[in-house]
Write a protein that binds this ligand. Structure first.
Ligand code: PA5
Length: 449
């Protein structure tokens, strides 16, 4: 199974001329090589490039063992604490693979997330829920110092200890963090938590195939081996020696760069399967944090169709012409529903009798693509066979590889995120964090003015 990258709708309307597309062969291949031979910017953070092939059986066994031990405690809820790259990958994969109503159907354990916001109601309501459940925690932070997860962990760790006693609480906590530094590493050592390491050379948003993503995915009951196999196969399909003409990551990077050069400054990732909502959130972080710097970068947005055709559809069809869409199309849903004949036919839907619901969805997809292209919104289409671990593994690595190439094409470092620090500095200054005295005085002065 491969990802089909279809630019027909981008080309047909003259958005991407085949001649211009061909000129990207050398640059895209060069950028891909730079990722592999570590000759480009941010070369200290390229551990993700060969990561799928470096994952061995012993590592997977270890994660599966941990998952088995935690699941053996008959937990109802597994709370995964993390933010950004320490949250979105696991959330995206688990949502894409889970029954849409699994929590209500009583599937166990439910994977719930914390530390990705500072909403007091959210934390309070989660604590209420946990009082009536069996539960355990995975706390994830590469730096080990991020405020949101640290705060959530402080509160929930205390609740866990109050509920189960110190020793049992320790056996219910797993920490994923840096090998040496950070407050979480110190805490994990002191308390004796089972700890997994995030490799130094893998940044948060490229870390879903490390313990950051794999532990929660395994505890949710999904096949991490198939996920990794999908990523391995996509690593082969997008390797440095695979020519532009056959390399989907090079082609996607080239297509979006051409559209960006033509003034299409916003890319909307489109899905027609609501389970992919968080895959789009993961993708937004990957591309937004990797490319949005030095006054450059495509703004990554996302919609869930057909839901959002009844809201954002109007803007996309007729608003400012600065958009292009990348559609993730899932060829085969995992379930089948046939539309039945109705004698009265008061809803006038008998013309669809005998057809699958997915047939209607696919016609919505095709009709929308044609309409949006007619409205000057170029469309790229990425087709995957179905929503399973293997295909998601492919999709994840495909987007990561294309993101690295894309960042190099606009000449930014796709592996840092200096802009994220600005809000933190102000927040710490406003909170009066020790060490920020000068910033506190300055920011308070600005507020008075
Ligand atoms: O991609 C990134 O590096 C960021 O989004 C981080 O993952 C996020 O800020 C969380 O950082 P940490 O894992 O250090 O708590």
């Amino acid at each position: 199974m491969k990802i089909i990258l279809d630019k027909a709708f981008a080309k047909a309307s003259g958005f991407i001329s085949p001649d211009v597309f061909k000129t990207y062969k050398n640059p895209a291949e060069e950028m891909n090589k730079a990722l592999h031979n570590k000759s480009g910017r941010g070369s200290d953070f390229l551990g993700w490039v060969n990561l799928p092939n470096e994952i061995d059986n012993a590592f997977l066994n270890n994660i599966e063992e941990t998952a088995k031990t935690i699941r053996a405690k008959k937990i109802d809820v597994y709370v995964v604490i993390g933010i950004g790259g320490s949250y979105l990958g696991a959330k995206a994969v688990i949502d894409a693979l889970s029954d849409s109503f699994s929590h209500l159907k009583g599937d166990k354990p439910a994977i719930l997330f914390a530390g990705h916001n500072i909403g007091e109601d959210y934390i309070a309501e989660l604590r209420d829920l946990l009082k009536t459940k069996e539960w355990a925690i995975c706390v994830i932070s590469k730096s080990g110092t991020t405020t949101e997860p640290a705060l959530a962990f402080r509160i929930l760790k205390q609740d866990l200890e109050d509920r189960y006693g110190k020793a049992e609480a320790v056996s219910r906590i797993c920490a994923v963090t840096d090998a040496k530094k950070g407050a979480l590493k110190t805490l994990a050592n002191e308390e004796g938590y089972k700890t997994y390491i995030i490799p130094d050379d893998v940044g948060g948003r490229y870390s879903v195939l490390t313990p950051v993503g794999l532990i929660a995915i395994a505890i949710a009951g999904f096949d991490i081996r198939a996920l990794v196999k999908g990523a391995q196969d996509m690593a082969k399909a997008t390797a440095a020696e695979v020519a532009f003409e056959k390399n989907p990551a090079c082609q996607y990077a080239a297509a979006r760069h051409i559209l960006y050069s033509e003034g299409k400054k916003i890319e909307i990732l489109v899905n027609y399967q609501p389970k992919l909502h968080f895959m789009s959130e993961w993708w937004k972080q990957l591309y937004g944090e990797s490319e949005g710097k030095n006054g450059k970068g495509i703004f990554p947005a996302a919609v869930d169709f057909s839901t959002d055709l009844h809201s954002m559809g109007q803007y996309i069809q007729e608003g400012e012409r600065i958009l292009f869409e990348t559609v993730i199309s899932v060829a085969n849903p995992n379930r089948e529903i046939l539309i039945t004949e109705d004698k009265a036919n008061l809803d006038k839907l008998n013309f669809l009798a005998g057809k699958r619901v997915d047939y209607v969805n696919k016609m919505a997809e095709l009709g929308t693509q044609i309409a949006h292209v007619d409205g000057d919104v170029p469309n790229i289409r990425i087709e995957i066979d179905k929503l399973d671990e293997y295909n998601l593994g492919q999709l994840i690595y495909f987007f990561e590889k294309a993101c690295g190439i894309s960042g190099y094409l606009i000449n930014v470092n796709p592996f840092d995120q200096p802009g994220v620090e600005a809000y933190k500095k102000n927040m710490f200054a406003l909170l009066g964090k020790p060490g920020f005295e000068t910033e506190t005085a300055m920011i308070k002065g600005r507020i008075v003015k």
